[in-house]
Design a protein around this ligand. Structure first.
Ligand code: DGJ
Length: 491
């Protein structure tokens, strides 16, 4: 940035004028005018609901090197009486984050949280005349409000847009970078709501029950997003509770933003920037792939419970292979001391400028042995081409006893930084090389190092035993690190 521009931005901030709001572009998530990689964590549902007790959660986030906390805002807390808003908790969240130079993603726990409507204020929940409940196929009333009810839509839209208007004036520094609308929307215990309101409309549809229900949720969310963005135009998304294999609609939270319903969610809710997966299943790689496509940058708001040892490898794969804009394990305040995610995030943070520069190019790959739904890891070496070289990535570390390693937790990313030069970062992955033509390939140099302000800072030179006398590049499985690799051809 040139000096006068810097002075102008500084002056605007000092005068309390709004910073440039975060936005999604073809360069990914843009925060404060620059690409931003969310190295985040989502807090437990109730952990930051009391300003007096939220400090330690933010301290922990800072200490483990997050740049973003994903936090709920509860409708029942901010509008306890209809039309009377209390933003004490919201303001405390912003202040705590700002004090530690953290960004926030806000989860709007409104009409629905994990299918249910427990975060709706008492004046909504208890007024059954005004706010219609969803019913099961047997006609049993659920603790779920129906999306077919205009009164509910009006009330949630009013609360959400009042919240967004407040955010705009309460957060001039742009601490909040994205907003999730509702949480894991999905109908249970039947594929659609069977209230009279819903059934009347279902009679005249040709949709399946689940598609019918999805259309109604998506319509509701679209109205929320439009109204919210009219107040303050931040990136907005919805998250999905993924379905287990073999389950039928109604047996899983149905009608949410699941891959088989993308056409409805994208078509009916175009104001959303993303549909995002919450992934707690072992087949993480396969689960995230469908959510990464043009017009839908991959953001994973819930990626396992914090402390799951596979998280770092999944983060490297998501970012390296699928251009993810962010990753965020759940209940991050419970991350054990010394968890590997801390050093994995530190490496990703240092590489962020380099990672951003690869977006839209064919110069970066993510590497991870896929795990299936039953937890079985496919350790077959993976062959890929980059920069005219053929690489083979092996996930079983050759120099660690088999019973002392978990190949499913190994992962890496590789970035081409020059004609014959690559940055390789990760843990537990070993690379070997071949020419895509006839020549032989040698390693000119391998150097361990760090990235600082976008520049590689060399450390130990790796050679001899450390490269198997020039045969491979090895990322040891006991740490997350960076190596610079230079190759050459001979014949
Ligand atoms: C998914 C939900 O979205 C979260 O809010 C939380 O309830 C977790 N499940 C797990 O407890």
């Amino acid at each position: 940035m040139k000096l006068p521009v810097l002075i102008l931005v500084g002056a605007l901030l000092a005068s309390g004028v709004q910073a440039q709001p975060a936005r999604i572009s073809d360069k990914g998530l843009i925060v404060d005018g620059k690409p931003f990689l969310v190295l985040g964590g989502e807090v437990g549902n109730s952990s930051v609901s009391d300003p007096k007790q939220m400090g330690p959660v933010f301290d922990k986030a800072r200490a483990i090197g997050l740049n973003t906390l994903v936090v709920p805002v509860e409708w029942d807390q901010i509008e306890p009486v209809e039309g009377q808003f209390d933003f004490t908790v919201t303001d405390a969240l912003i202040a705590e984050a700002k004090a530690r130079d953290l960004k926030l993603v806000i989860l709007w726990f409104g009409a629905w949280k994990n299918s249910m409507s427990t975060y709706a204020p008492a004046w909504v929940k208890t007024d059954q005349k005004r706010f219609t409940r969803a019913r099961s196929a047997e006609g049993v009333a659920q603790d779920i409000l129906t999306p077919f009810d205009d009164d509910l839509l009006k009330a949630d839209v009013k609360a959400f847009s009042t919240f967004m208007a407040h955010l705009k004036q309460a957060d001039p520094a742009g601490v909040v970078i994205m907003v999730q609308i509702e949480n894991e929307i999905g109908m249970l215990p039947s594929a659609r709501d069977h209230s009279d309101l819903a059934t009347k409309q279902f009679m005249v549809t040709r949709d399946t029950e689940e598609r019918f229900q999805a259309r109604s949720y998506a319509k509701f969310v679209e109205a929320m997003a439009k109204a919210g963005k009219a107040q303050y135009d931040l990136p907005m998304y919805v998250n999905a509770a993924l379905n287990r294999p073999g389950k039928l609609p109604g047996e899983y939270p149905s009608a949410g933003p699941l891959p088989h319903l993308f056409d409805i969610w994208k078509g009916v809710a175009p104001s959303l920037d993303m549909l995002s997966p919450d992934i707690y299943f072992p087949d993480f790689v396969e689960r995230m792939k469908p959510y990464s496509f043009k017009g839908n940058p991959l953001f994973i708001p819930e990626a396992h419970y914090a402390g799951d040892a596979v998280a770092s490898a999944n983060a490297f794969y998501a970012i390296g292979e699928l251009d993810a804009i962010g990753f965020s394990p759940f209940s991050i305040e419970n991350l054990p001391d010394g968890d590997p995610l801390i050093s994995a995030y530190a490496v990703l943070d240092s590489l962020a400028p380099l990672i951003h520069a690869q977006r839209g190019k064919e110069t970066m790959r993510g590497l991870k042995a896929p795990i299936n739904y039953d937890g079985v890891t496919d350790t077959t070496p993976q062959v890929f081409e980059l920069g005219g070289y053929q690489f083979t990535a092996a996930f079983i570390d050759p120099w660690t006893a088999k019973d002392k390693q978990v190949p499913g937790n190994h992962g890496a990313l590789i970035i081409q930084t020059g004609k014959d030069e690559f940055i390789v970062a990760g843990s537990g992955v070993t690379l070997t090389f071949a020419d895509t033509g006839k020549e032989r390939i040698g390693m000119e140099q391998v150097v361990e190092g760090t990235y600082e302000n976008g520049v590689f800072v060399p450390g130990k030179w790796l050679n001899g035993d450390q490269t198997h006398q020039g045969r491979h590049l090895r990322l040891p499985p006991d740490k997350w690190g960076v190596q610079r690799l230079k190759l050459y051809r001979y014949n």
